[in-house]
Design a protein around this ligand. Structure first.
Ligand code: CAA
Length: 268
């Protein structure tokens, strides 16, 4: 891969967008390398994925403006859909995804961070939707996601004015979960990732599915969906082991993530 670095350890994957000469701007090749990487790691038993930017200055400085300059309208439509497919794939990634926002998160970079489940930022992070200052609008699903996250009025302020906000303001708006000195960001992100990875993978994966389903379903539909996800967790080795361990006042065995139902002695 030219613009992506990927490594994994202890069930935690780290995907680094590494195109520092353009502050990690997303050109077509970078988008397709991220998609390919996500496709390859989806079934790798990962329990948490971290996405960050290479270098110390930028998470992602947006979609590639050089590439968009002469885009014809019909191609722009496809350009938006391609970006949206990637953001939706992050939303639907089976394990939680943490954005480690280590600098500029502008335009498509802000949208990428918003597609992640959790955002942790360095003190030097800067967020903005500069699209209207470039004659366009955010095209990777950021409008929907920012409005869902902070409410329509606050979202429209950012979308209409294109103003830049600091990590501290992003924290106060509820856009980021936490802010850290730049040198400590990855350590803190990996601590959070390790906490997630230490929990039952099926429970974590299914609670992500439930949380993501809230917006699109009616209350009765959500109840059905939640019950089905709840049901899936029962009878698994992880559920039986963890609950037995609690009742027997001992530490549970490490979670395996196995989805198959175990037969317990009481059922023989
Ligand atoms: N696309 C292409 N190249 C970019 C880029 C982008 N989004 N952002 C930065 N670069 C390039 C610059 O052109 C420059 O390249 P050269 O060295 O070849 O000139 C290099 O990265 C370094 O950038 P600067 O010299 O500008 O660095 P700076 O420190 O002075 O400024 C910055 C940093 C404030 C992030 C500034 O680069 C900037 O404003 N970038 C554009 C941000 C932006 O508008 N993003 C939104 C794009 S639109 C979008 O994302 C649409 C969508 O929703 C799909």
């Amino acid at each position: 891969m030219k613009y992506i670095r990927y490594e994994s350890k202890d069930f935690i994957g780290t995907l680094t967008i590494n195109r520092p000469e353009a502050l990690n701007a997303l050109n077509g090749e970078t988008l397709s390398e991220i998609s390919q990487t996500l496709g390859e790691i989806t079934s790798a038993g990962l329990r948490c994925l971290v996405i960050t930017g290479g270098g110390e200055k930028s998470f992602v400085a947006g979609a590639d403006i050089r590439e968009m300059l002469n885009l014809m309208p019909q191609n722009a439509r496809e350009y938006s859909k391609t970006g949206n497919r990637l953001m939706n794939a992050i939303d639907d990634f089976p394990a939680p995804v943490i954005a480690a926002v280590n600098g500029y998160a502008l335009g498509g970079g802000f949208e990428l961070a918003l597609a992640c489940d959790i955002r942790m930022a360095s003190e030097n992070a800067v967020f903005a939707f500069p699209e209207v200052s470039l004659g366009i609008l955010p095209g990777y699903g950021g409008v929907k996601r920012i409005a869902a996250l902070i409410g329509a009025a606050r979202a429209k302020d950012l979308l209409f004015t294109a103003r830049r906000i600091t990590a501290a303001e992003a924290l106060s708006l509820g856009i980021v979960n936490s802010v850290h000195p730049q040198a400590e960001l990855m350590g803190e992100v990996l601590k959070t990732a390790a906490k997630i990875a230490g929990n039952a993978p099926l429970g974590v994966g299914n609670v992500k599915k439930a949380a993501n389903a809230v917006a699109g379903l009616t209350a009765p539909q959500f109840t059905e969906r939640e019950a089905a996800l709840f049901q899936e967790c029962f009878g698994t080795q992880d559920q039986r082991n963890a609950m037995s361990a609690f009742l027997e006042k001992r530490k549970p065995a490490p979670f395996t993530g196995a989805c198959t139902t175990v037969t317990m002695p009481t059922e023989l």
